[in-house]
Design a protein around this ligand. Structure first.
Ligand SMILES: C[S@@+](CC[C@H](N)C(=O)[O-])C[C@H]1O[C@@H](n2cnc3c(N)ncnc32)[C@H](O)[C@@H]1O
Length: 454
C-alpha cells in the first residue's frame, strides 16, 4: 500500500477495518465478507479493485496476527471500546505499525483520519492509542512472551489441544499455520502433461518448482502467488489451484474407469475435478449447499470434464446424511467423504478460522462426521472403499472418529495406502494412523483414512 493514498470513500484501511470487524465482532467468515464486498463493488473501477486487494491483504495480516494485536490493544485501552467498531480501525493501524508496512506517521495519520470520518468524536482517542503504541512498543513486544495467545497467534483452547495431541510437533505446526501459504496448482492431465504446462510457465516467466510427496504427480508450486487470470491456460482448464495435501485424495481413493463413485461433500469441486481427471467415472456429487454446488459445475465445465466420453456426472443438492431422500439403491464402488470439519489444518489460508471456531464447535462437527459416516457406509459395495478425509488436525475429527467407527462396524477395516511409504518419513505421522499430513511448507494439514468394506 502506498502511504500517501488519500482516505477516499473506498480507502483500503476503511474496507479492511470493516472486514476485521465482520470476523471478530460479528462472526462472519472472511470469505463471505470479501464476497459481499466484491458484490457491492460489482461495477468497480481498477482503483476499486486495487483497494479491495489492498484491504484483503491488510485484513489477512491482521487476522493472522490477531492474538498479538488484540493483546496490544487490550494493554493500550484497558476499557471496552466505544463504539466497539473502533476495534477494526485500531487493529489495522496497530498491524501497520507493528509490521512496519508504511512509514509510522502515515499509518497513524491515515488510520486516525479514516476512523474520524466515521466517528469524529474518536479522533483524539485513536491518535492517542497509536502514539502510545509507538512509545511503549518495546515493553509491549517483550510482554507478548508471557501471553501464549499473543505469542503464537492462536486461541488458548487451540494451543492446548495441539500441545496435547502433538507434544513434539506442535511448535512446528503452529509456525507453519502462521505462514503465508504457497500457491499450488494441479495440472489437468487430461488436457496436457505437467512437463508441457511447466514449459508454458517458463515461457510466461512464472517461476515454479515441483514438490516431493506428490502421489498424483500433477502438482506445481509457484514461487510467488499470482492471480489465476495470469496462469497460462487457466480459463481453458489446463490447471486448477489446489493444495498439495488435497491432491492426495484422488490417488488414495484407488479409482478405475467406469466405477460408480459418490463424492458426498463435493463443493466447490476440487476433488471431484481431480477424480475425473484421473478416470472416466460414474459420479454422483452431492453437497447440501446449493450455492456452493454451482461452483462444482462451473469448475467441471472449465476443466472440460462435463463432456467426458464414458463418464457420467450428476450433481445434487442434498444432505448426504439422508440417503433415503436421494439414493437409487445401487451400491457404490467408492465413496469420498470429505467431511465438514473445523478446518484447523488450513488456517494459514483462512486465518479467520482460528478466531471464529469455538472449542464446542469441534464436538458438533465430530457428531456430524459420525452421522455422515453411519449414513453412507451401507451405500458401499462389499469390497468397496471409502476415503474419509478432513482438513483438520484434531484427533476428535480424525483418528478418534475412525477408531470409534471401526469399533461399531465389524465389516470395516483400514486399508493401508502404499504410496505413503515413498514419502519422506517425517511428513507422515505413523503415530496417528491412518494418515495425518502435518502442515509443511508445501502442504496444509489433512487427515485421510481409507476404509475397506469386507
Ligand atoms: C471440506 S468441504 C468439501 C470440499 C470439496 N470436497 C473439495 O475438494 O472441493 C465440505 C463440504 O461439505 C458440505 N456439507 C456439509 N454438510 C453436508 C451434508 N450433510 N451433506 C452434504 N454436504 C455437506 C459443505 O457445504 C462443504 O461444501
Amino acid at each position: 500500500m502506498t502511504s500517501h493514498t488519500p482516505a477516499h470513500p473506498t480507502s483500503p484501511r476503511l474496507l479492511a477495518a470493516n472486514l476485521v470487524n465482520a470476523v471478530l465482532l460479528e462472526g462472519v467468515s472472511l470469505t463471505a465478507s470479501l464476497a459481499n464486498l466484491r458484490a457491492s463493488h460489482s461495477t468497480h473501477s481498477a482503483n476499486d479493485s486495487r483497494d479491495i486487494a489492498a484491504a484483503q491483504n491488510l485484513a489477512y495480516g491482521v487476522l493472522r496476527e490477531a492474538g498479538r494485536l488484540r493483546f496490544f490493544l487490550a494493554r493500550l485501552t484497558q476499557r471496552p471500546l466505544q463504539p466497539i467498531e473502533l476495534t477494526g480501525h485500531l487493529l489495522v493501524g496497530l498491524h501497520e505499525l507493528d509490521a512496519e508496512l508504511s512509514p509510522a506517521y502515515a499509518a497513524v495519520n491515515e488510520t486516525v483520519s479514516v476512523a474520524a470520518r466515521r466517528y469524529p468524536f474518536a479522533r483524539a482517542f485513536v491518535n492517542a492509542v497509536l502514539r502510545n503504541f509507538q512509545r511503549q512498543r518495546e515493553t509491549l513486544v517483550k510482554a507478548v512472551q508471557q501471553n501464549p495467545e499473543a505469542l503464537w497467534n492462536f486461541p488458548n483452547w487451540w494451543l492446548r489441544r495441539l500441545q496435547a495431541e502433538y507434544p513434539s510437533d506442535w511448535q512446528q505446526i503452529v509456525g507453519q499455520l502462521n505462514t503465508h501459504p504457497p500457491m499450488i496448482l494441479r495440472v489437468n492431465l487430461r488436457q496436457t502433461s505437467r512437463a508441457d504446462f511447466c514449459a508454458q510457465l517458463t515461457n510466461a516467466r512464472i517461476e515454479y518448482r515441483l514438490p516431493e510427496n506428490d502421489p498424483g504427480a500433477a502438482a506445481v508450486i509457484l514461487t510467488t502467488p499470482i492471480p489465476v487470470s495470469e496462469l497460462p491456460g487457466f480459463a481453458a482448464g489446463l490447471v486448477s489451484v489446489q493444495d498439495l495435501g488435497a491432491q492426495w485424495a484422488a490417488p488414495m481413493l484407488d479409482i478405475h474407469a467406469g466405477m460408480r463413485v459418490l463424492d458426498a461433500c463435493a463443493a466447490p469441486g476440487g476433488k471431484t475435478g481431480h477424480l475425473l481427471e484421473c478416470a472416466a467415472l460414474d459420479v454422483l456429487a452431492l453437497d447440501s449447499d446449493a450455492n456452493r454446488l454451482r461452483r462444482v459445475r462451473e469448475n467441471l465445465e472449465r476443466l472440460g470434464l462435463t463432456e467426458l466420453p464414458a463418464a457420467n456426472i450428476r450433481l445434487l443438492a442434498a444432505d448426504a446424511g439422508k440417503p433415503a431422500l436421494w439414493w437409487d439403491e445401487m451400491p457404490f464402488d467408492r465413496i469420498l467423504l470429505d467431511a465438514p470439519c473445523t478446518a484447523s489444518g488450513v488456517v494459514r489460508r483462512h486465518p479467520d478460522g482460528k478466531w471464529l471456531k469455538r472449542a464446542e464447535d469441534m464436538q458438533h462437527l465430530a457428531d456430524e462426521q459420525s452421522r455422515l459416516l453411519e449414513a453412507l457406509w451401507p451405500l458401499l459395495k462389499s469390497g468397496g472403499k471409502m476415503l474419509y478425509a478432513t482438513c483438520s488436525l484434531f484427533q476428535a475429527e480424525n483418528s478418534e472418529q475412525i477408531s470409534a467407527f471401526l469399533a461399531r462396524h465389524a465389516d470395516a477395516r483400514i486399508e493401508p495406502v502404499n504410496f505413503t511409504s515413498q514419502s519422506k518419513a517425517e511428513l507422515i505421522s505413523t503415530r496417528m494412523m491412518p494418515t495425518t499430513l502435518i502442515p509443511t511448507e508445501d502442504m496444509d494439514g489433512f487427515f485421510y483414512a481409507r476404509l475397506l468394506k469386507t
